[in-house]
Ligand binder design. Structure first.
Ligand SMILES: Cc1ncc(C[n+]2csc(CCOP(=O)(O)OP(=O)(O)O)c2C)c(N)n1
Ligand SMILES: [Mg+2]
Length: 331
């Protein structure tokens, strides 16, 4: 395939994003349990391979990346300041891109191709569709939009309408569905009646892809094909990656409804462990380099959180409370 980058070049970058995200999640979880975080904490444990893969083939400055709750690894791949921005959002720093008004995961920089997700499931798909349609109308081609959703989100009306629009308009959008087998506590068996979520993509008339989201190299390879196909003008792509959410829906949830055997099976194929093993086996990373990457990730996370905690909160009387617009200087 023309223009396809070798996997070895991107795999280490993706793995680094996964290490950063895992370190951030681990630290955030302990701070939540210590009562140091107000509001909800939402982690991406188990999603790291698909999250990192969803961003690593994108070109910042051209493409659109729309992560959602569990794409911290993708955010770290997309942008060097992701950790600080995430910390600023959780700890309510006025210096954050949302001015300290969000509280957890709904942050982004729309003018840099990274729309801030809103909470409503499925709502961002039409935003990505609109951004890609706008590019077409401006005569810009060769750019890709990646929209990340969950298995549960595929059942929401807003998602259906947007997917239909994306397919009818043949937009260069990759819809990345991380099937973690649950939508909060609702299992796949109570979410949809088709045999496989891939069937839904076929129903829309999109080209479909699927992979084991715990298998790092397989996920990267399949994602690369999907992104490249969209970039090459082959229209919308529906990409399903299956994994398990190795945590509660949020840290307030003990996920006791997930069978222990399923949790144990997935603990044995933690995407971080699989990725490290695969990188070492291929000689793309040495054991000491991988250890170093882990240690650096913990340090960087520590620094980002400490900085955000020191920064001032918003001053309500001084804030711009517009809900649907933003200060372009800060976007
Ligand atoms: C329209 C709408 N309904 C319900 C919610 C509450 N909610 C937020 S995340 C979530 C579960 C989403 O499940 P899924 O799409 O599978 O993503 P996951 O959390 O498993 O990654 C629910 C029910 C919401 N934000 N928006
Ligand atoms: Mg889910």
């Amino acid at each position: 395939m023309n223009g396809v980058i070798g996997l070895d070049q991107v795999a280490v970058r993706a793995y680094r994003g996964m290490c950063l995200a895992r370190a951030f999640d681990t630290k955030l979880s302990s701070l939540y349990k210590a009562g140091k975080v107000f509001g909800g904490v939402f982690l991406g444990r188990g999603h790291e391979a698909v999250a990192a893969a969803s961003a690593v083939f994108l070109k910042k400055g051209h493409d659109v990346y729309n992560p959602f709750i569990r794409e911290m690894a993708g955010r770290c791949v997309w942008s060097e300041d992701a950790l600080l921005e995430a910390a600023r959002s959780y700890f309510g720093s006025v210096l954050g891109c949302m001015g300290g008004k969000d509280g957890n995961v709904h942050w982004g920089r729309p003018t840099q191709g990274n729309p801030a997700p809103v909470s409503h499931l499925g709502a961002m798909l039409s935003v990505v569709a609109g951004m890609m349609l706008a590019k077409r109308l401006r005569g810009e081609s060769g750019d890709v939009g990646v929209a990340c959703i969950g298995d549960g989100t595929t059942s929401v009306g807003a998602a259906h309408e947007a997917c239909n629009l994306i397919a009818v308009e043949k937009l260069p959008v990759v819809v990345v569905i991380t099937n973690n087998r649950y939508a909060y506590s609702t299992p796949n068996s109570e979410e949809f009646a088709c045999a496989d979520l891939v069937d839904r993509g076929r129903g829309y008339g999109m080209r479909t892809h699927s992979c084991d989201g715990t298998d790092f190299l397989q996920t990267l390879s399949v994602m690369q094909q999907a992104v490249q196909a969209a970039r090459d003008g082959e229209g919308p792509q529906w990409m399903v990656a299956t994994t398990l959410r190795m945590c509660g829906h949020g840290e307030h949830d003990d996920s006791s409804y997930i069978p222990t055997e399923l949790k144990e099976a997935y603990a044995r194929k933690d995407p971080l462990d699989v990725a490290r093993r695969q990188l070492l086996e291929r000689g793309w990373l040495g054991a000491s380099e991988a250890d170093e990457m882990d240690a650096v990730a913990r340090e960087v996370v520590q620094r980002a959180i400490a900085q955000a905690q020191r920064e001032a909160p918003p001053e309500p009387r001084m804030m711009d409370w517009r809900a649907t617009s933003w200060d372009p200087q800060k976007a």
